[in-house]
Design a protein around this ligand. Structure first.
Ligand code: F0G
Length: 363
């Protein structure tokens, strides 16, 4: 019997930064790549969903946290800190606990999804709500890490990007080659940076014994920001980012330049999607594909649908959309119908006939 060993052990030959470090893992990675038949038909392409919600804490952050916390442990760190819109804090708290470290998290004023907050608290992190937005939190976290004995585990920590690049390896391993297009939500822009690095590294140093053969090409990277938090699209920072997709409510991404490089080097695009398009895609994924994601995650699919409407999807192209976080992180959005009213369960008595009627099985 063999179980997936986590990204550090599975890809140790491709993670030189981790050499000699202790391995702190919750067996992250190894997430499914799901063929989305209905979405494929709708956009006239072959679409797959990289379902990152199935990581141990429910988001892709775990790939970068196993590496960041392992490197920190190798340096003898006792404490870590991060700024977060929620998922990074949940992941940092879990991996810090696993490593026996303390964890401080700085979250912005305003909405953080309840599932994410509960995780950080459950894992014993010290939670500070900062009078400011995510970008202010990151500035503060950087200052603390410079002045005090605490490791910064945001994606400005190079070990984070190293871990997250493994998702691109898994896509190539599953498809036998890179896709034509890779769609991602963009917030702080670490993940688009990481995927692009992963694809390039796999091409430069192919897996020659892979069953399907080595990668022969690179995808076009398509990144999507929320319209109210779209600094890269606008070309300038956004002081007061706003979107219901709280995960990507970021006005001045730390990896801005790297995201632009990924876009330009890959012949890709970075565009904006509205909250309405995000919620439509969110609903479509759960109701048509059986895949429940948090709203921020649905930005990749919202972007694909908008691109299709604009005639930008090459017919028959092979496309991967990363859906970055689990729907249970922020479940409130599922309890609302498309017209904005609350979903209320039908009430029935303990009676087969009335239950069957309510289910539409009778008459
Ligand atoms: N999707 C989800 C679910 C996220 O939590 C994030 C980022 C992103 C997409 C964007 O990824 O920042 O690499 O461009 N969440 C961070 C956090 C900022 O604090 O959890 P990115």
């Amino acid at each position: 019997a063999h179980q997936w060993r986590g990204v550090i052990r599975e890809y140790s030959d491709r993670l030189p930064m981790l050499e000699g470090a202790p391995v702190v893992t919750l067996h992250e990675g190894g997430t499914p790549l799901i063929h989305a038949e209905k979405l494929s038909e709708r956009v006239g392409a072959e679409v797959h969903l990289k379902y990152e919600g199935l990581n141990p804490t429910g988001s892709f952050k775990d790939r970068g946290m196993t590496t960041a916390i392992s490197v920190a442990a190798g340096k003898g760190a006792r404490a870590v800190i991060c700024a977060s819109t929620g998922n990074t804090s949940a992941s940092a708290a879990a991996y810090a606990t696993k490593a026996g470290m303390t964890c401080g998290v700085l979250v912005p004023d305003g909405k953080i999804a309840m599932g994410k907050l509960s995780q950080a608290i459950a894992h014993g992190a010290t939670l500070l709500q900062v009078d400011g937005n995510f970008d202010d939190c990151l500035t503060l976290a950087r200052k603390l890490a410079e002045a005090y004995p605490v490791e910064l585990v945001n994606s400005v920590n190079p070990a984070r990007i190293e871990g997250q690049k493994t998702a691109a390896f898994e896509v190539v391993d599953a498809l036998g080659d890179a896709p034509d297009v890779h769609c991602l939500p963009v917030g702080n822009a670490g993940n688009i940076t990481a995927y692009w690095r992963g694809y390039r590294e796999y091409l430069a140093s192919p897996v020659t014994d892979a069953p399907a053969g080595p990668a022969t090409r690179l995808p076009a990277m398509w990144g999507f920001q929320a319209a109210g938090a779209a600094p890269i699209v606008l070309g300038h920072p956004v002081d007061q980012p706003e979107t219901i997709a709280t995960a990507i409510r970021i006005g001045n991404p730390a990896s801005w330049q790297q995201a632009v490089a990924a876009r330009d080097e890959s012949g890709g695009r970075i565009d904006a999607v509205t909250d309405e398009q995000i919620l439509d895609a969110h609903r479509y994924l759960s109701s048509e594909e059986g895949v429940f994601v948090e709203p921020g995650s649905a930005a990749s699919v919202a972007g694909l649908l908008a691109s299709h409407a604009a005639g930008l999807v090459p017919p028959g192209a092979r496309i991967v959309c990363t859906v970055t976080g689990h729907g249970l992180k922020d479940p409130q959005w599922a309890l609302r119908t498309a017209d904005g009213s609350d979903v209320v369960p039908k009430r029935v008595s303990v009676d087969a006939f009335s239950a069957a009627q309510a289910l539409g099985l009778e008459g």
